[in-house]
Write a protein that binds this ligand. Structure first.
Ligand SMILES: Nc1ncnc2c1ncn2[C@@H]1O[C@H](COP(=O)(O)OP(=O)(O)OP(=O)(O)O)[C@@H](O)[C@H]1O
Ligand SMILES: Cc1cn([C@H]2C[C@H](O)[C@@H](COP(=O)(O)O)O2)c(=O)[nH]c1=O
Length: 960
């Protein structure tokens, strides 16, 4: 059989034509050899009167079923022999050899078909059968059709055969159908010759066989079904192919045995092909809730029943429909699973066996007590035998392949046709297995910009922490150190192209899941993320009008299919959200998209939620924040599994923070602590943190916090530890592990705007040109009275629990009095929830930002650093725009020593620079990354504003 690997290939036209013709030849050949040999009998075919006898028989419409079967068997055996010649025998031949072999065999086959159609005779049929069988076998070995969807090629000659034979049969009666075979063989012979010529004219190199098309499991479709499972022994599929081979092969004996004529045969073959094609295409998604081996098993079982029915009934339309249904089930069953087994063995064995059974001529009449008696043709007996075998095999399969976590046959079937839950379907069939979600619970909070996600996450994290859970709050983009950089790339310079944007979000997500979400879920935490895949679908697919499937596939690939247990959509009119955003005064270029964009975003969230009501909860986000918090908490609490380990009771899973206690040992995450991590258990994080054992028992990250702060202050002070530090250290040493890590939710520092350098004083900040920034403190709301906290202790409000202590508080007070002018703006903003308190620490002299090349005086982001000195200089930015925070402030006098050397830099800071202090290597590497990102962001921001100013000047010179 001539085959190709797809019409996309170079040289495809020649192959397409010859292959189509070859399939046609096979059908016609099988039919003719059955008719001819069957009519005259084996002995008659070699006798001198063969031609006359055959002619008489043909016109009389008589057939010898037994001999026909034998004839068929020989033709079939020869044709199929080539399937088992190793492909490499010919495939490895040079293109020139392959090309010559293909065209010569095609022309030989064409010649035989033409002769056969013009001069039908018994002996000629045998000769043709031998030759064609050999040629077909040879060609199959050159390019086995296992890589192609057969119905595409065989469908054409089958359709032609149906048309021609029906026409003949309608015009000339049943016997005339045989003549149709002659005409069809002429047609396919001509086609074969044409294909041969095209192949001959095709350049050699274009005839290479390329990759498989059907041999691969279709990834995209697999996503909506249960994951594909590796099949150790695909005997069920081999059985299904045997059923298919038998069904095809019994078509002609059936047509003859029941006197349907060739039109009946053609009809059966064509409908079988259609059924097979439909089944093959639907296989990966059919019965999506059923395990894939189980789908195959049911297909085999049901096809067994249908085979029995096919054998039992005598009527043509019933046989046609049932044969098509059997072929459909085979298509379903074999395609439900990855297609990496050979279909040759099953199909050839099934067809061969069917012929042998048919040749035994076991038909007869069964008395059923009343007339008419039940007439069984030999082919019917073959169907019955196959039916029983398939049924038995199917039942064995049911006991062999487990249902998918379901019990009972009916339950299995009913559930089999329901789509599996989203987690199981995610990511190309990988899905969320139990292991994938770890022991934790994954929640995504979604919604348009300004819907209140951040506000709510702070609150619900605190509440859940109060419930005793390990909570990790994070966000996208920017939930990790790398994420902060990606966020910076996204939002701190010119907007990227839409495709770049989509890829950057995906990259952030990939890292976020791999380095933070997954490990945290593994540790048994509740992970709450501010945005996840739905945001990408809403913004990049619907917003930017990219293909949703592509965007989804990207995210699923990035996350390896991790799907939240629960997604809460905070739904709000974009206009209302925009108003809120206006008040908040912090936006990115996506926020600034037009209303249609945000409407599309909103609708996408809603329609996604609508499709999966189990996993989504949509809440009206325009209501009062407290009310919304209650609603969210109710939704979450109703879904939290009982098995989730709580802090106080949990003995199985390690506390969330355990794995992160040593910052460098765990998965990468932004380990800079957020001030209010202890909130939920520590009402006011600026109070009693050093004196209360509780308060020093920080949640994950808090020990780091303590370390960081202690280190920072020691270094910054250049002096010995103060009492606070000592106490803190002692307490940590004596605390149990659980205690050490547990205190409310652990907020993952989310981005560059969460950069928390160690202490500096405001005085120092003033000297150094430090950066007052808008504070983004997820922990702020966790304090008992955030407003009071923010207004009463503005500079210390961001102190880390167990770290800031009284000294820090004192410092804060001092700082308050000594606010430099630009920090007064910050002071003014402290009453706001999102207070601006941050200064970058200063220290070191050896690193500078070299602005000397800036002819226009605009600082650039060209940075020169001295690694050994572990210092960096940060350009000062507009206080309005900076986004960094500080945990606490250290003693200004102590800092002065370290900062003394900075004065040059600080002057240069006039020259808009800030110098970071010397730290431990570990901290420095962490902070360096953050600081560098911050520096770059700020520099870009300046450039952007500079450009804007220039533009303004340009467009409105008067203003300038
Ligand atoms: N229920 C509410 N009612 C009124 N104002 C609210 C409510 N929730 C939040 N806000 C305010 O709306 C603004 C936006 O809130 P928030 O930052 O939490 O939204 P967001 O969804 O996280 O926004 P973004 O997507 O841009 O990060 C904030 O100033 C916040 O104080
Ligand atoms: C995760 C994700 C986010 N976006 C957009 C949505 C927002 O406009 C910003 C993120 O800002 P936020 O203040 O942190 O909410 O990014 C997106 O377009 N695609 C995404 O996948």
């Amino acid at each position: 059989m001539l085959t190709t690997t797809g019409h996309r290939l170079p040289g495809a036209p020649g192959r397409l034509v010859t292959e189509t013709a070859a399939w046609g030849a096979l059908i016609v050949l099988v039919a003719i050899s059955y008719v001819v040999a069957g009519t005259s009998g084996l002995v008659a075919t070699v006798g001198g009167r063969a031609y006359t006898a055959m002619g008489e028989s043909l016109s009389a419409g008589g057939f010898d079923n037994q001999m026909g079967s034998l004839s068929l068997l020989i033709v079939f055996a020869l044709s199929c022999a080539g399937l088992f010649i190793p492909a490499k025998v010919f495939a490895s031949r040079p293109p020139a050899v392959r090309k010559t072999a293909l065209s010569i065999s095609a022309i030989v086959e064409a010649a035989l078909l033409v002769v056969l159609s013009l001069a039908p005779s018994a002996w000629l049929t045998w000769v043709a059968a031998l030759f064609l069988g050999a040629v077909v076998g040879l060609l199959m070995s050159i390019n086995p059709f296992r890589h192609e969807k057969p119905w595409r090629r065989v469908g054409i000659p089958a359709a032609v055969l149906v048309f021609v034979s029906c026409a003949f049969q309608i015009l000339g009666g049943s016997a005339a159908g045989t003549q149709a075979l002659g005409w069809v063989s002429l047609l396919v012979g001509i086609g074969m010759a044409a294909g041969s010529v095209i192949i001959f004219l095709t350049p050699e190199r274009a005839l290479h066989a390329e990759s498989a098309t059907t041999g691969q499991f279709p990834e995209l479709k697999a996503r909506v079904a249960r994951p594909a499972e590796a099949i150790a022994n695909p005997w069920v599929c081999i059985g299904l192919f045997a059923v298919l081979g038998a069904t095809f092969m019994l078509a002609q004996p059936t047509a003859i045995g029941h006197g349907y004529g060739q039109a009946g045969f053609a009809l059966i073959i064509a409908c079988c092909l259609v059924g097979w094609a439909v089944g093959f295409e639907m296989g990966p998604t059919f019965a999506p809730g059923m395990s894939r081996p189980r789908v195959s098993t049911f297909a085999l079982l049901v096809s067994g029943v249908l085979l029995l029915a096919t054998g039992a009934i005598n009527e043509l339309s019933g046989k046609v429909v049932l044969s098509a249904a059997i072929a459909f089930l085979v298509g379903i069953g074999v395609r439900a699973q990855p297609y990496d087994f050979s279909r040759r063995y099953g199909a050839v064995a099934g067809a061969g066996l069917a012929l042998v059974i048919n040749a035994l001529d076991l038909g007869g009449t069964v008395e059923v007590g009343s007339s008419p008696d039940w007439i069984l043709a030999p082919s019917d007996v073959a169907f019955l035998i196959f039916g029983i075998a398939a049924l038995v095999a199917g039942v064995i399969g049911l006991f062999t392949f487990d249902p998918h976590r379901l019990q009972g046959l009916s339950v299995d079937i009913v559930h089999g046709f329901r789509p599996p839950s989203q987690p199981e379907t995610a990511a190309g069939g990988l899905g969320n297995s139990a292991e994938r979600l770890g022991a934790g619970f994954f929640i995504a909070i979604e919604g348009g910009d300004g819907s209140g996600k951040t506000t709510q996450i702070k609150r619900i994290s605190a509440a859940l922490a109060d419930d005793g859970y390990h909570v990790e709050a994070t966000r996208e983009p920017g939930g990790t150190e790398l994420g902060t950089k990606i966020r910076s790339v996204l939002f701190d310079s010119d907007p990227p192209s839409s495709r770049t944007e989509a890829l950057l979000f995906a990259a952030d997500r990939a890292h976020h899941v791999a380095s933070l979400v997954d490990p945290s879920l593994d540790a048994g935490n509740i992970v709450i993320t501010d945005r996840y895949i739905d945001s990408t679908i809403a913004y990049q697919a619907a917003g930017r009008s990219f293909d949703e499937k592509t965007i989804l596939a990207l995210s699923r690939w990035a996350t390896q299919g991790l799907v939240p247990n629960l997604t809460i959509v905070l739904d709000i009119e974009p206009e209302v959200a925009a108003e809120r955003m206006g008040k908040r005064g912090d936006s990115n270029y996506l926020d600034d998209e037009n209303q249609q964009f945000h409407q599309r975003v909103r609708q996408t969230y809603l329609s996604r939620a609508h499709k999966e009501l189990d996993r989504y909860v949509v809440l009206d986000a325009s209501v009062d924040a407290d009310e919304l918090t209650e609603q969210i908490l109710a939704a979450i609490r109703a879904r939290l599994p009982q098995t989730l380990v709580k802090r106080d009771t949990g003995t199985e899973a390690p506390p969330a923070s355990t794995s992160n206690a040593e910052p460098d040992s765990g998965p990468e995450r932004s380990s800079v602590p957020i001030a209010a991590v202890a909130a939920g258990t520590v009402p006011d994080d600026d109070k009693d943190e050093t004196s209360s054992p509780d308060s020093s028992a920080e949640v994950d990250g808090a020990p780091e916090t303590a370390d960081d702060s202690v280190d920072s202050r020691d270094t910054a002070d250049g002096s010995a530890e103060d009492d606070t530090d000592a106490n803190d250290t002692d307490e940590r040493d004596t605390r149990g592990e659980d205690e050490m890590h547990e205190r409310g939710p652990r907020f993952v520092p989310a981005s560059g705007d969460r950069f928390v350098p160690s202490a500096v004083t405001d005085a120092e900040a003033e000297i150094s040109g430090a950066v007052p920034t808008k504070r983004v403190d997820l922990g702020a709301d966790l304090r008992e009275d955030p407003t009071a906290s923010a207004s009463e202790e503005p500079s210390g409000a961001t102190s880390a629990p167990g770290v800031a202590g009284e000294a820090a508080d004192r410092d804060s007070e001092n700082d308050e009095e000594e606010l430099p002018s630009f920090l007064e703006q910050k002071g003014a903003r402290r009453s706001d929830e999102d207070d601006a308190t941050t200064v970058l620490p200063t220290h070191g002299t050896d690193a500078i930002i070299d602005d000397s090349d800036d002819a226009d005086g605009v600082p650039t982001d060209r940075i020169v650093t001295d690694e050994d000195a572990e210092t960096r200089i940060v350009n000062r930015v507009d206080p309005e725009d900076a986004e960094t925070r500080v945990v606490h402030r250290a003693d200004s006098s102590a800092e002065a020593g370290a900062g003394g050397a900075d004065e040059d830099s600080a002057d240069a800071g006039d020259a808009e620079t800030t110098v970071l202090p010397v730290r431990s290597a570990r901290e420095m590497s962490r902070e360096r990354l953050q600081a560098q990102a911050e520096i770059e962001r700020q520099a870009r921001e300046r450039l952007r504003r500079q450009r804007e100013r220039s533009n303004r000047r340009f467009t409105n010179p008067e203003d300038s």
